[in-house]
Design a binder for this molecule. Structure first.
Ligand code: ZN
Length: 128
């Protein structure tokens, strides 16, 4: 598990290297599951090109308008963030080969903050 500090309400953070650091030396091949313990943040596998990161932020915001008429806003005022996270998903699984993440050339693991700034906990579970 590691923590990520976000600084904006919507923000994409490349956590690939931090996930890779969590793979135990004892694991040669297996599956790495990355799971965010939150209901207003998601995790996706996507290219970490700077323009695309901004596009993903805008895309996430477009998934649920901030000025929508949401029931949850009566108690917490962040329904838009919950709905965005619902679409993005709370986990991804990545194969491990030779002790390393077996991602494609352009694939990175991205935490998508939908209700920052906050401190997020990211679990990494590797099974062989
Ligand atoms: Zn809420």
């Amino acid at each position: 598990m590691f923590r990520v500090e976000t600084s904006d309400r919507t923000e994409v953070v490349d956590v690939t290297d931090r996930v890779a650091d969590e793979i135990p030396d004892s694991v040669s091949s297996g599956v790495c599951t990355v799971f965010v313990r939150h209901t207003t943040a998601g995790v996706v596998v996507q290219e970490a090109e700077s323009g695309l990161l901004e596009d993903i932020e805008e895309f996430a915001e477009d998934l649920a308008p901030s000025d929508g008429d949401y029931r949850h806003d009566r108690i917490d005022d962040n329904a838009d963030a919950h709905l965005r996270a619902t679409v993005l998903g709370e986990s991804v699984s990545v194969p491990v080969e030779d002790g390393e993440l077996a991602t494609g050339t352009w694939q990175s693991i991205l935490l998508v903050e939908c209700d920052g700034p906050r401190t997020r906990k990211v679990d990494v579970v590797v099974t062989s």
